[in-house]
Design a protein around this ligand. Structure first.
Ligand code: SF4
Ligand code: SF4
Ligand code: SF4
Length: 323
């Protein structure tokens, strides 16, 4: 059971990692080319079937890779047990010091507001260069655990499938709409598409009106507009800092505004530097944000006015039952 729990945790911690997402296509192609897939004994099959279905495929391939490295073409129960022992013993080595996740927007999700692939690569490079594992090894008394990782996630739209609200840094893709000079047919498609009741039609002006207090910059109104009377003005990102789960969970604070890619990279670097300056004994960045009321103010002063939309942030009432 411990092994199953560990493998589930291991898989979930990397299930939508950026590296995983970028490798998916190659892995699919390689799988198709595989002429002689590895065989499993009945006993090993029984063991792997005890792994929850939603991670079974990944755990299976991990065990196969482990057996393959030992020169085997058949997985026996001993290989499952050896893989278990290996991963239990080497949990510390599995901790990279950071975790960068993303939603599945890059896989063609129709809700995607912005394309974050380039940004994800830049952030991964910052995290790698920060040597966070070495930093944690010096700070933490004892073996590293997954909860020590500095966590960053990207969601490509406000649906926030990768849970940016509970990560040290959460980034949400944004497509900022604008009303253009193009003719509006008053078809109402934008009103219907907006889950936040942020678009209404002004019959006198013959134009749509956007309520900026409600708009989350998901870009859906622009996607459905047949005439271009609403179009995407700018693409960017919302940035949330200081979310975490654990014994003392907290939701991240959202920075005011919407930021371009360079500004987001600057924010992430600033946060990494601040984390390495202020964290001791494995203290999470989210805890630094929670303890230091001036942290976000200093960040905004240091990075300058990189935001291109001064999006107000306020608690909005729910709209049509959407959350
Ligand atoms: S966050 Fe948005 S773009 Fe990403 S998977 Fe969820 S719905 Fe799709
Ligand atoms: S007005 Fe509505 S549909 Fe359009 S971007 Fe804003 S939240 Fe999305
Ligand atoms: S803005 Fe576009 S989608 Fe909205 S009513 Fe006008 S034509 Fe239709």
């Amino acid at each position: 059971m411990l092994f199953m729990l560990f493998m589930v945790k291991w898989f979930l911690s990397r299930s939508v990692s950026v590296a995983y997402r970028l490798r998916e296509m190659n892995k699919k192609n390689n799988y198709k080319k595989q002429v002689n897939p590895m065989k499993w004994t009945a006993e090993a099959e029984t063991a792997i079937k005890k792994v929850p279905f939603f991670v079974r495929k990944k755990v299976r391939s991990k065990v196969e890779a482990f057996a393959g490295q030992a020169g085997k073409d058949r997985v026996a129960i001993e290989d499952v047990q050896a893989a278990k022992a290996h991963y239990m013993k080497n949990m510390d080595e599995e901790v990279k010091g950071y975790r960068l996740d993303a939603c599945f927007g890059q896989g063609g999700c129709p809700h995607k507001a912005n394309d974050s692939e380039g940004l994800a690569r830049r952030i991964e490079s910052l995290l790698e260069n920060a040597n966070l594992r070495e930093f944690l090894k010096q700070q933490v008394n004892g073996p590293l655990k997954f909860h020590h990782d500095f966590k960053v996630t990207l969601s490509d739209c406000p649906n926030a499938c990768s849970q940016p609200q509970i990560k040290d840094i959460g980034i949400i893709g944004a497509a900022v709409p604008a009303v253009t000079d193009a003719e509006c047919s008053m078809c109402g498609a934008c009103e219907t598409a907006c889950k936040d009741c942020a678009v209404s039609l002004d019959a006198c002006a013959g134009k749509p009106v956007i309520d900026w207090e409600r708009c989350l910059s998901c870009g859906q109104c622009a996607k459905v507009c047949p005439t271009g009377a609403i179009a995407v003005d700018r693409y960017g990102y919302r940035v949330l800092l200081g979310g975490k789960l654990g014994r003392h969970p907290r939701l991240a604070d959202e920075l005011p505004g919407i930021y371009d890619e360079d500004s987001v990279v600057a924010i992430v670097q600033w946060c990494i530097d601040e984390y390495k300056r202020g964290s001791t004994k494995g203290k999470r960045f989210a805890e630094l944000v929670a303890e230091d009321e001036g942290l976000i103010k200093r960040l905004l002063e240091d990075i300058g006015d990189g935001r291109f939309v001064n999006r107000p942030y306020s608690v909005r009432p729910l709209c049509n039952g959407h959350s």
